[in-house]
Design a protein around this ligand. Structure first.
Ligand code: NAP
Length: 239
């Protein structure tokens, strides 16, 4: 029997990269998967990949920085798929550069997507999960939250925020049947790196499917166990 048979998952950032691999992996374990991102073309491709894996896919175009869209997203998942068991927040953006050369406004988009939207999405998913007295939330942070990488101060701040948020939220809901975990990957070979100059050797990075395996493990543990923080690094340590 598949580990997530009968369950419903919602994955943000499911159009590309880590989110897409997570969506496919959750579907391969039997979950029906709602996929959220802004690009309709990416969503269509990702939904096709989920279906190829034998899963049920619901593609929902959403900008996670828009609170009302996030609320509507969760409502649509409930109305079309009936419940919400697993939330994975993989929508994220990255920009790097030294603090001295940055303008504060440069940080706003990263804070909005990587931190505030994670908070808003978790809050929206909690309603149905608390009503069901069952659910698993997995937030995708980054190893940058805990290892200093020059040029990554603003990105690291958003990811450290996600780690802190996840720890406290886990404490708030653990006695109500809801688990909260956070995964901190090192460098993963995804389209995120396409726009970043001076990127490390992509052949030495993790694959998105590696992160997806960790997420599936976190989501499919028995109800009595919770895996709250996973640090996943490429074997040779590239960050
Ligand atoms: N790649 C790495 O090395 C690495 C390492 C550690 C952690 N991470 C984290 O993992 C997460 C996924 O990264 P990735 O590498 O898979 O990036 P990616 O390939 O660029 O994919 C990012 C996804 O997020 C979506 N997204 C971005 N802004 C959004 C918004 N406002 N509303 C809805 N969706 C939005 C994108 O779709 P649209 O643009 O179409 O909306 C896309 O589907 C991020 O949080 C990233 O920080 C990545």
């Amino acid at each position: 029997m598949s580990a997530l048979a009968g369950q419903v998952a919602l994955v943000t950032g499911a159009g590309r990269g880590i989110g897409r691999a997570v969506a496919v992996a959750l579907a391969a374990e039997g979950a029906a998967v709602a996929l959220a991102a802004r690009s309709r073309a990416d969503l269509a491709e990702a939904a096709a990949a989920v279906k190829d894996a034998g899963g049920r896919a619901l593609a929902i175009p959403v900008d996670v920085t828009q609170d009302a869209e996030v609320e509507a997203l969760v409502e649509q998942v409930l109305s079309e798929l009936g419940r919400l068991d697993v939330l994975v927040t993989a929508a994220g953006v990255a920009a790097f550069g030294p603090v001295a050369g940055a303008k504060p406004a440069d940080w706003d988009a990263m804070l909005a997507v990587n931190l505030r939207a994670v908070m808003v999405t978790c809050r929206a998913a909690l309603g149905p999960m608390l009503r069901q007295r069952r659910g698993t939330i997995i937030n995708v942070a980054s190893i940058a939250a805990v290892r200093a990488i020059a040029g990554g101060a603003a990105y690291a701040a958003t990811k450290a925020g996600v780690v802190a948020w996840s720890r406290v939220l886990a404490e708030e809901v653990r006695h109500e049947g809801v688990r909260v975990g956070v995964v901190l990957p090192g460098a993963v070979d995804t389209p995120l790196w396409d726009q970043i100059s001076g990127a490390p050797d992509r052949a030495r990075m993790l694959r998105p499917e590696d992160v997806a395996r960790a997420v599936v493990l976190m989501a499919s543990l028995p109800d009595g166990a919770t895996m709250e923080e996973v640090r996943l690094l490429p074997a040779d340590g590239i960050l």
